[in-house]
Design a binder for this molecule. Structure first.
Ligand SMILES: O=c1ccn([C@H]2C[C@H](O)[C@@H](COP(=O)(O)O)O2)c(=O)[nH]1
Length: 164
């Protein structure tokens, strides 16, 4: 799946948010923490780890909105590190050992923190590989992801305009 358009849209949104909020410092750490929070929000909506509850997962539109919140921050972190030339969504087998969805969320959190430490291309790609595995586990197609990303990207402008 092509990432060029998403990187372009993210760049524009980030620039708009930075100008609107007069951000002049490096916000890599903030965006890294934001990514881990978004991943946890998604996990929470799947309820995959809630052995103490009988309630099932939230509906697909809720899950995919949480998912593309993560994709926003993942793109944004790549832009901060000059890695927006990652034109294809990376494929790999690293996520196969994670097992179930719970294992996949734990492993993805680990990969995000590892990328935060290393800030290199290999660790960045590994995060993408894990997000791909999450999409597959949740039954999202590439088209689902792109459509939901575009919708949320637009909503993020509207939120800024509302003084969110
Ligand atoms: O620099 C930024 C800051 C925020 N967001 C987007 C990503 C998510 O879609 C949304 C998260 O906002 P909250 O709902 O967590 O406030 O904001 C960006 O794309 N770039």
């Amino acid at each position: 799946m092509e990432l060029i358009d998403l990187f372009e849209m993210q760049k524009r949104l980030d620039k708009y948010i930075e100008e609107n909020n007069r951000v002049e410092r490096d916000v890599f750490r903030e965006k890294l923490l934001a990514l881990t929070v978004e991943l946890a929000e998604l996990a929470n909506e799947t309820r995959c780890f809630k052995f103490w509850s009988r309630k099932g997962p939230s509906p697909k539109p809720v899950l995919i909105e949480e998912y593309v919140d993560s994709i926003h921050f993942l793109l944004s972190l790549g832009i901060l590190k000059g890695m927006e030339d990652l034109h294809e969504w990376p494929e790999g087998e690293e996520a196969e050992e994670a097992g179930d969805l719970t294992g996949l969320f734990i492993q993805t959190q680990r990969e995000i923190l590892n990328f935060g430490d290393r800030q290199d291309r290999a660790s960045y790609k590994a995060v993408w590989v894990h997000y791909r595995a999450i999409a597959e586990a949740l039954g999202f197609t590439a088209e689902d992801v792109v459509t939901a990303y575009r919708e949320k990207n637009e909503e993020n402008y509207a939120r800024q305009q509302r003084g969110y």
